[in-house]
Design a protein. Structure first.
Length: 368
């Protein structure tokens, strides 16, 4: 096996594929990348048995020899990064040792046979559809920050993807807040489908896509989601579980609405958060007619107070929230003005752009 390639041609695909590989593995071969040359194509595969990414690179140098081998992902990545920008690299395998040569540099890496390298079986697709990269990035960026991390309710450690003939929707919740983004690209997929994409699958997919209009071909199977974008093929297992009925979590008919400048509100929360309790991050919102006061304190008896003018015509109200959750939502919303809908001190708040964009956020109150 042998191929030659420039450092730049392989750097980005190598970074993306190596990013899938976990540092701690139960199987030594899972710490490796599988490299396979066929004709003038190089296929580079990384997996952790939950997520798999394959990059296809066209080799412009004619001296390629077919073959396949696995090499340590982190060491290959570190070597590649350390090479000069304009370096030309020759990779060859002889007697189960991989050799990289570039200028006056030479590296030898241990290998494992490609036959030991596992791959994810995608199975048959039950639904196939195409989105632009910008649409898929929007679905992920607007909701992924609300996914749970290592929650015992394993079905929360991911993002719900819902398909109907009218919309595609992403939903994420950790039990304290919920994020929902709905797009209506007219997929025409027929019956409603719901799958839960695991946290790592969501984050790796987000790394893979850009903001442009280039298409992403997605396929949903019983146990897998696959995506093809550019020269990459991505596959992730799905979480086998039942996602909560998110529509019941979203308060309906909230009696009071706060309209405020998003930037002003965010900056006020950021300042008040400095003196909030580091563990619980609680702030109190004190509402009166056309005014909002944000209060925070901590165990050291330190206090912060921010007052600002907002559009509010409801009854006087005091309600507590985790300020980190509010800041994440305000950092994701895009309109100049935001609407916060509240009913009472014990009910969740709904946050949206003033003109009700495709994203909706729910934040539970906290006792202070």
């Amino acid at each position: 096996m042998k191929f030659a390639v420039s450092r730049e041609d392989l750097l980005k695909p190598l970074q993306l594929v190596a990013g899938v590989v976990e540092r701690r593995q139960t199987m030594p071969v899972l710490s490796n990348l599988c490299l396979a040359v066929a004709g003038q194509k190089l296929l580079m595969t990384g997996t952790d048995l939950e997520v798999q990414l394959v990059a296809e690179i066209t080799l412009t140098e004619p001296a390629a020899q077919d073959g396949e081998i696995t090499v340590p992902a982190r060491k290959l990545m570190d070597i590649w990064r350390a090479l000069p920008d304009s370096a030309q690299v020759t990779f060859s395998v002889d007697e189960q040792r991989a050799t990289l040569k570039s200028g006056r540099s030479r590296f030898q890496l241990a290998t494992l046979p490609a036959a030991e390298f596992p791959t994810l079986e995608e199975g048959s697709a039950e639904a196939a559809f195409t989105l632009s990269q910008a649409q898929l990035r929007q679905l992920i960026a607007k909701t992924s920050f609300s996914m749970a991390q290592q929650d015992v309710r394993y079905f929360l450690n991911g993002m719900l993807l819902e398909l109907t003939s009218e919309h595609i929707r992403s939903v994420a919740t950790d039990g304290h807040r919920l994020a929902m983004c709905t797009l209506t690209p007219g997929l025409g997929t027929g019956a409603q489908q719901q799958v839960i994409v695991p946290r790592k699958g969501v984050l790796e997919l987000a790394r893979l896509i850009a903001d442009g209009d280039d298409p992403v071909a997605l396929a949903l199977g019983t146990h897998h989601l696959s995506a093809k974008v550019g020269g990459f093929s991505f596959t992730t297992k799905l979480i086998d579980g039942r996602f909560p009925d998110y529509e019941k979590v979203i308060p309906q008919g909230s009696t009071s609405v706060i309209l405020a400048d998003r930037k002003m509100l965010r900056e006020g929360f950021q300042r008040a958060a400095i003196l909030s309790n580091e563990k619980y991050r609680g702030v109190r919102l004190v509402l009166a007619e056309d005014s909002l006061t944000i209060q925070a304190n901590n165990p050291e008896q330190e206090e912060a107070e921010e007052s600002m003018a907002v559009a509010y015509q409801g009854a006087a109200l005091e309600i507590g929230f985790n300020v980190s959750y509010l800041l994440e939502v305000l950092g994701t919303l895009e309109a100049e003005e935001v609407a916060i809908r509240v009913s009472d001190a014990n009910s969740s708040a709904v946050l949206e752009d003033k003109d009700a964009s495709e994203a909706t956020y729910v934040v539970m109150p906290m006792r202070l």
